[in-house]
Design a protein around this ligand. Structure first.
Ligand SMILES: Cc1cc2nc3c(=O)[nH]c(=O)nc-3n(C[C@H](O)[C@H](O)[C@H](O)COP(=O)(O)O)c2cc1C
Length: 338
């Protein structure tokens, strides 16, 4: 009996010393969503921790001058990394923005003691490779209240709030989004930036490929990002989208860099929870890219800063988009500047 007890303790100690496969966890993290699939992240893997960096060279100058959406994207990767470590059977501890002298160091995730993953963590880990942005029409069916409640809870667990728009606010949000989309499309610099992130060339491992673009909303109700803007309009397929989409607003209690990272963590927990529930999702960010429109969606007095809009529903499967290889996102040497 004693022997068995000792062996188990030894095995535990050995497992604790080995730790999770952090390279595999970082690979999982790179499946996270990012603005225009810019993948603006880098990682340094240590013996028992991973440093998560923002890659400012991948910030979109026109859409994201402050780097807010860049940090939301990095936050989504950070959540996925934490989840992958949990799925591998370990607890972790995250310190956000640990070094004031190094603003690109977004988080340090340290591995702690082993603990078997919960069924909920396992379900979210299983959803990681199946979560894709879906820009196709969704079914006209209603998203059940208990599914909506799970999404709201997912955001809350990461310190953000998710509000489901009622009929009146949905119409207001959609018309603000259309207005924002029109304002953006009128800018030559916006179109040029879009072209840089959609131009197909063989072997490209970032940006939005044509297989992920989807049709144009024939009724022009849903402002699905027009990644096909540069294709001649007549060649773009149109389709009937759902007339009453389920629209949600993800907000945080403030608007600092830490809030942006947390918005990204909450976004990814919501998206993975939706995937687990067989729900399709489309992030919609044009309204939060025009400051005047974003202000209308924000109530800073009550501490509710709109960070991103989500469309949720039941849709046909969407295709995966490419990711850069690990060699491009890993900081190799101890002294190397990310
Ligand atoms: C901060 C942020 C903003 C985004 N905004 C939009 C958007 O306005 N429209 C859209 O279609 N997709 C948007 N996306 C989704 C990205 O385009 C998508 O994550 C990326 O192309 C990778 O594809 P995947 O999500 O299928 O893995 C956004 C994603 C993030 C993280």
């Amino acid at each position: 009996m004693n022997n068995i007890g000792t062996q188990t303790a030894q095995q535990r100690a050995q497992r604790d010393a080995t730790g999770p496969d952090l390279t595999a966890c970082v690979r999982a993290a790179t499946a996270a969503p990012s603005l225009h699939n810019s993948q603006p992240w880098r990682f340094r893997i240590g013996p028992r921790e991973v440093d998560v960096y923002a890659d400012p060279r991948r910030r979109l100058d026109v859409l994201d001058p402050a780097g807010r959406e860049l940090l939301i994207s990095v936050g989504a990767a950070l959540f996925t990394l934490r989840l992958a470590i949990r799925g591998a059977g370990y607890l972790s501890h995250t310190t956000l923005l640990p070094d004031a002298a190094d603003p690109d160091l977004v988080a340090r995730v340290s591995v702690r003691r082993p603990l078997a993953p919960t069924p909920a963590a396992e379900a979210l880990v299983a959803a990681i490779p199946h979560r894709h942005t879906n820009r196709w029409p969704f079914a006209r069916s209603v998203v059940p209240a208990d599914a909506v409640e799970r999404l709201v809870d997912a955001a809350r667990r990461e310190g953000a709030s998710l509000t489901v728009a009622n009929a009146v606010s949905r119409n207001a949000i959609l018309s603000l989004s259309q207005e924002a989309d029109r304002a953006l499309r009128a800018k030559g610099r916006y179109r040029a930036e879009l072209a840089r992130w959609t131009s197909p060339h063989r072997g490209r491992r970032d940006g939005v490929p044509s297989t992920a673009i989807g049709p144009w909303d024939a009724m022009e109700i849903l402002p699905i990002r027009d990644f096909g803007l540069l294709q001649p309009h007549r060649e773009r397929a149109t389709a009937q989208f759902e007339p009453y989409p389920t629209i949600m607003v993800l907000s945080t209690a403030g608007d600092t860099r830490a809030h942006w990272v947390n918005a990204g963590q909450a976004l990814q927990r919501v998206l993975l929870t939706a995937t687990w529930l067989n729900l399709a999702t489309t992030p919609i960010s044009q309204p939060v890219e025009i400051p005047a429109v974003r202000r209308l969606l924000t109530d800073s007095r009550t501490g509710s800063w709109a960070q991103i809009i989500l469309r949720v529903g039941y849709g046909r499967p969407a295709a995966a988009t490419p990711r850069r290889p690990l060699t491009e996102v890993l900081v190799a040497e101890e002294g190397e500047t990310p």
